[in-house]
Design a protein around this ligand. Structure first.
Ligand SMILES: NC(=O)c1ccc[n+]([C@@H]2O[C@H](COP(=O)([O-])OP(=O)(O)OC[C@H]3O[C@@H](n4cnc5c(N)ncnc54)[C@H](OP(=O)(O)O)[C@@H]3O)[C@@H](O)[C@H]2O)c1
Length: 247
């Protein structure tokens, strides 16, 4: 498939790119200027030719490479978009794609910036304009309600998290709302705290709600879920709670 990964230089984004290339997909990785972390993982050298951070058409620079480190078989194109809230800037990175995978980080510091909702709004507009229907977004579990089968610990901790990080979750909720009203084939993934631990190669998921005892999830397993669910018709227009596999 032809995929665009936004937030590709982040922890999850890099894993999504790596696994997508290994699976043979054609990947457009969207990064900000000067993002070098993607190069280390995917084997795209920003210093090589028309590189991320360089000037290109419409504020977009790109560098293409076949495969990548880790035995990737797909094709990687790295493109730079400085402002994810600008639908015109997103046009070149969404046109002709089968699916858009959106995983830029939540704003830090607990102060709302409005950027995440604005970026989702711009992406929806760009996708519609380009005729791309499939859009999968990484959000966060506390945006959704606790599941009815949540344990005692989760019930105790959840109100504290939701109070401390309420502005962060409000941003994620604004992002989700853009999708819910988009008319596109969207899916929202809601994991708990992400880690860089080695993935288990499997995960728990619940369509339409959070998994009980959400806990932590390795970014490698989140990336696997992103790619598993990206062309799963059963999760179109649905939220999917994710958690680490038990055992
Ligand atoms: N971290 C967690 O524990 C956690 C928990 C639940 C859900 N999530 C969600 O999971 C996803 C991935 O999280 P992560 O921790 O793996 O990501 P991360 O490592 O923090 O990476 C964040 C990515 O977002 C990009 N980014 C940040 N602000 C941006 C902006 N204003 N414009 C454009 N790009 C911007 C960063 O680009 P640069 O490399 O250029 O900075 C980077 O590629 C996010 O959607 C996050 O909200 C995270």
């Amino acid at each position: 498939m032809k995929l665009t990964v936004l937030g590709a230089s982040g922890g999850t984004g890099r894993e999504v790119v790596r696994q997508a290339l290994a699976a043979g997909h054609e990947v457009t990785a969207v990064v900000r200027k000067g993002a070098r972390s993607l190069a280390a993982v995917a084997g795209a050298d920003p210093g090589d030719g028309a590189a991320p951070g360089g000037k290109g058409r419409s504020g977009v620079a790109d560098a293409s490479r076949r495969g990548g480190q880790g035995g990737g078989r797909g094709r990687l194109t790295v493109m730079t978009v400085e402002d994810l809230t600008n639908p015109a800037a997103l046009g070149p990175v969404v046109r002709g794609r089968d699916a858009l995978l959106f995983c830029p980080g939540l704003p830090g510091g607990g102060r709302p910036t409005g950027r995440l909702g604005a970026a989702a709004h711009a992406l929806v507009r760009a996708a519609r304009a380009a005729g791309v229907r499939r859009l999968l977004v990484v959000s966060t579990a506390p945006v959704g309600p606790l599941p009815p089968d949540e344990g005692v610990l989760g019930r105790a901790v959840s109100p504290v998290l939701r109070t401390v990080f309420k502005d962060v979750y409000a941003e994620a909720a604004a992002m989700e709302s853009e999708l819910a009203h988009s008319g596109l084939d969207w899916t929202v993934l809601r994991p708990g705290k992400l880690t860089n631990r080695r993935g288990k190669g499997r995960y728990r998921r619940r369509v339409g709600g959070n998994v009980p005892g959400t806990g932590t999830l390795a970014r490698a397993d989140l990336a696997r879920a992103v790619l598993d669910l990206m062309d799963d018709p059963a999760v179109r227009g649905r939220t999917v709670g994710l958690g680490s596999a038990r055992g």
